[in-house]
Write a protein that binds this ligand. Structure first.
Ligand SMILES: Cc1cc2nc3c(=O)[nH]c(=O)nc-3n(C[C@H](O)[C@H](O)[C@H](O)COP(=O)(O)OP(=O)(O)OC[C@H]3O[C@@H](n4cnc5c(N)ncnc54)[C@H](O)[C@@H]3O)c2cc1C
Length: 387
């Protein structure tokens, strides 16, 4: 659907964006205002009701392949839509608190038809949570060096042993993908990807409480977890390629959520600066405030173009690994700065639970660590400069 050159979005995409904006204003924001500001997610009944409405409106799973019941949007169009979907209190929680659909870990698309039918299709259809487990106690920045979890082949089963940390939603998602070493002589090429169901004997998960309210991460232990041979995704040793190739494309939608929340915080700051007077004049007339807002405006626009350009390249099948790192690095850092300014402009209300700002402020901090910390993305960008 997307036509990037020409600097205008196709009419159809603009209409979709408007539809999402209205859905959020009419359905999600009024509901969130009635909930505890720290609610990790929507109550189950509300979620079901909203998910049904999303499906009826044709807004469910827009980014998933059409053949599996999704909307078939390309990465660029998803970025445009996700910027809107993220603009509410629970918006950083994978955008739209899941009422616009929940997506399986991207690695599953490299799986067999049977794996896609058994795991990805019901996930998309019914909105199951899933988990993606790569980080270990020895570190997440360098999984090739840090992964010690191992899977050994015993007849027609794989036996999984090890531990993963900070695995979002592993305590309640019915299944996820786990990266484990299958050949310790091969380094990076000795890591494979497995589908693991939460109820597998030997699987246990314990919540790790963080500053993030939603999508609680877990400390996960695998003790002699037996997996059927068909739970291997792709070929043995292909695990990290699957993890990174597919994650790269995912970084544009992830960045678009950062952007959406930055836009919402910025809009709130502008509105507050117009209506709040101190020392006999509105804050909006103070240069100190104007400059904060001007800087935020510039950074938001720059982030949007970086995301859009990278997503457009990825959709054309070009190598967009560096663009993905640029988009992720910049959007998550801009998000932090824009929210910080919005909190400051709101004064005491900025850190109160009356507004979504304090929640975004905490959740945004995680965005500079998850999906590759800022330093790792700087490494990727720097490497491309010296190649
Ligand atoms: C709330 C939350 C949810 C998460 N969800 C998931 C999940 O669902 N699945 C999953 O697999 N992981 C998840 N993670 C883990 C996350 O991906 C890791 O925290 C991240 O990859 C960093 O790994 P680490 O914490 O082990 O830090 P380390 O790898 O120990 O790094 C520590 C710090 O050093 C920096 N650093 C590392 N190497 C270098 C270098 N060469 N030069 C300069 N600086 C460097 C890093 O950027 C980081 O700031 C989650 C984390 C959090 C906080």
């Amino acid at each position: 659907m997307a036509v990037f050159p020409g600097f205008t979005l196709p009419e159809e995409l603009r209409a979709l964006r408007t539809q999402v904006r209205r859905f959020i204003q009419d359905e999600i924001i009024p509901l969130e205002q009635r909930l505890d500001p720290d609610a990790p997610e929507l109550p189950a009944e509300d979620w079901k009701r909203l998910a049904a409405k999303t499906k009826a409106a044709g807004l469910w799973a827009l980014g998933a392949p059409e053949e599996y019941g999704g909307g078939g949007l390309d990465t660029f169009s998803m970025c445009v839509v996700l910027e809107e979907m993220a603009q509410h209190r629970m918006g950083l929680y994978n955008s739209g608190c899941g009422v616009f659909g929940r997506y399986p870990p991207p690695a599953i698309w490299a799986g067999s038809k049977a794996q896609i039918e058994k795991y990805a299709v019901p996930t998309l259809r019914d909105g199951w949570e899933t988990f993606f487990a790569i980080t270990e106690p020895a570190g997440g920045s360098d999984p090739a060096g840090a992964i010690q979890t191992r899977a050994e082949k015993h007849g027609d089963r794989w036996v999984l042993n090890g531990r993963k940390v900070f695995i979002s939603r592993a305590h309640d998602a019915p299944w996820g993908v786990v990266f484990a070493r299958t050949d310790k002589t091969k380094g990076r090429d000795g890591i494979s990807c497995f589908i693991v169901e939460r109820g597998t004997p030997g699987f246990s998960a314990r919540n790790i409480r963080t500053i993030r309210t939603s999508a609680v991460p877990n400390d996960v232990v695998f003790e002699d977890c037996e997996l059927p041979a068909e739970n291997l995704v792709g070929a043995p040793g292909q695990g990290l390629d699957l993890a990174f190739d597919l994650l790269v494309k995912n970084r544009f939608p992830y960045s678009a959520c950062n952007l959406g929340v930055a836009v919402a915080a910025h809009r709130m700051a502008i509105a507050h600066a117009k209506q709040r007077s101190t020392f006999g004049a509105p804050l909006a007339q103070r240069q100190a405030i104007q400059w904060m807002l001007a800087d935020a405006e510039v950074e938001i626009r720059a982030a949007r173009w970086l995301i859009w350009e990278g997503a457009w390249k990825a959709d054309r099948g070009e190598d967009a690994r560096v663009e993905a790192s640029i988009a992720k690095l910049y959007s998550s850092e801009v998000l932090g700065r824009v929210i910080d300014a919005a909190v400051q402009i709101h004064g005491g209300y900025g850190v109160s639970k009356e507004f979504p700002l304090e929640r975004w402020y905490r959740e945004a901090r995680v965005r500079r660590i998850g999906e590759g910390p800022s330093e790792v993305h700087r490494m990727v960008i720097a490497r491309s400069l010296f190649r």
